[in-house]
Write a protein of this length. Structure first.
Length: 457
């Protein structure tokens, strides 16, 4: 059963579908903003609550661990327990944890709130995406909906930095948490009236061994990625443990009567290669923002707020790419659109290697990030369409859970990798930035490469 069966013309949305789309896109945009809204406020939070300088990273890491580690599990639970029901639970948890974070008076309480926000993201994102994909039949409408979703999510990442700077400067860092509360309440009021429950008629048992191994593996993997730069031994051990647990997970799924992730789905070329492309798309663009933040603040001397405003141009590019993405897919086909998006992103990113130390180079940065944002978002739309195509509605929660996990892991892994590259090459900050930019462009170029049969054109 779908949330809303398509009616009228197959290439036009009904009035109810537009309302459903607005609700779900608004929720996903809020989650994306929530990921980045605290970044520019971290020094102020540290001073206000007494965080040691070395512990500030845990404000971001605590969120990322929970969001990436539990996404796949909750994506499958959404298929079995009910997508709307889980969506509402996640939104309630997000509102409550944001309230606790906004009122926190100690580092422990704030970190607990960030873990809860990450769990809420792991619940809401796959449930919301599966509600989105089951609301629109596979084809132009779904591609349009996923394109808008991707555009708003990417715009949310960059908007979060701007909004965080504005709220921190004008009011208090606490409003970076508290702003979520009225939005979550509004969604909780509107969602039961607009969303219909969606789940398979028969609900198999939860694969507990699979859930335990994949969740522990992802937690270890994300933890290792966030620690490998400053603590190589600790990070390396965590990465090895994570890889071993994911191998165990694969064998558990092959033997399970009711697997959390059926091996046949993971072996599908479109799911496998689509998610690999998504990993590269999210890892490259989010880590590029980190690298260029170093350039803007350490080389050009921009403030945190001015840096956030500069990235508004990148956000505009992602919105343009999200709107244009479905048309590009329709004109070129999914495979060619994916390659074209990565090609545009790679060329735009590589041009940033010409950045210099004078203020006039800001115009190259703005132009390149706008163009690269368009290309990156076309690739993300193609990734989402590829990774969720050819599967029945009963497995959409699983497919979107995999895609969301890919997104969260890509966001998490990109920054420490680019940070390590920039630090290793850093004779000066500018030299480190340029080397990291070229490595980023190379990864974007790698996203173009795939077996011809993996993603159909």
């Amino acid at each position: 059963m779908t949330v809303l069966a398509a009616r009228a013309e197959p290439d036009r949305m009904t009035g109810r579908q537009r309302l459903v789309l607005t609700l779900l896109l608004g929720s996903q945009f809020m989650l994306a903003v929530d990921f980045s809204i605290l970044n520019v406020a971290l020094p102020v939070i540290g001073e206000g609550l007494g965080f040691a300088l070395g512990d500030l990273q845990w404000v971001a890491t605590a969120f990322a661990l929970a969001a990436a580690g539990f996404t796949l599990l909750f994506g499958r639970i959404a298929d079995l327990w009910g997508r709307r029901r889980l969506f509402l639970v996640g939104m309630a948890l997000l509102g409550l944890s944001s309230l606790v974070g906004g009122l926190a008076t100690s580092p422990g309480v704030l970190l607990g709130a960030r873990v809860a926000q990450g769990l809420a993201t792991a619940v809401v994102t796959p449930a919301g995406l599966s509600l989105l994909t089951t609301s629109f039949a596979e084809g132009p409408l779904r591609a349009r909906a996923l394109g808008l979703n991707g555009a708003l999510m990417s715009a949310g990442f960059t908007s979060g930095a701007i909004l965080g700077g504005l709220l921190t400067q004008a009011l208090s860092w606490r409003w970076a948490f508290l702003i979520n509360v009225p939005v979550a309440l509004a969604v909780l009021v509107a969602a039961p009236m607009l969303l219909r429950e969606s789940r398979p008629a028969e609900r198999p048992r939860i694969d507990l061994p699979g859930a335990a191994t994949v969740t522990a593996g992802l937690l270890a993997l994300v933890f290792g990625l966030t620690r490998i730069g400053e603590h190589p031994v600790q990070g390396g051990v965590a990465l090895a443990a994570g890889a071993a647990l994911l191998v165990v997970f694969w064998f558990v799924e092959r033997r399970s009567a009711a697997p959390l992730v059926p091996v046949a789905i993971m072996a599908r070329p479109n799911v496998k290669w689509g998610n690999l492309a998504g990993l590269l798309a999210f890892a490259t663009e989010t880590s590029l923002v980190f690298v260029l933040t170093l350039y803007l603040q350490e080389v050009l001397g921009y403030s945190a707020l001015a840096t956030g405003l500069a990235f508004g141009v990148l956000g505009l590019g992602t919105v343009v790419g999200g709107v244009a993405g479905p048309r590009v897919l329709g004109a070129l086909g999914t495979g060619r659109a994916l390659a074209a998006g990565f090609a545009v992103q790679a060329v735009a990113t590589a041009s940033l290697a010409f950045l210099g130390a004078s203020a006039g180079w800001i115009w190259l940065l703005l132009a390149a990030t706008f163009v690269g944002g368009v290309g990156n978002m076309v690739a993300i739309v193609a990734f989402m369409v590829t990774a969720t195509s050819g599967l029945p509605d009963s497995e959409q929660g699983l497919a979107t859970g995999l895609a969301t996990m890919t997104q969260q892991v890509g966001i998490t892994m990109g920054i420490p990798i680019m940070s390590a590259i920039a630090t290793a090459a850093m004779g000066t900050v500018l030299q480190g930035v340029i080397v990291a930019v070229l490595a980023n462009a190379a990864l974007a170029f790698a996203g173009m490469l795939r077996p011809r049969s993996a993603i159909p054109n």
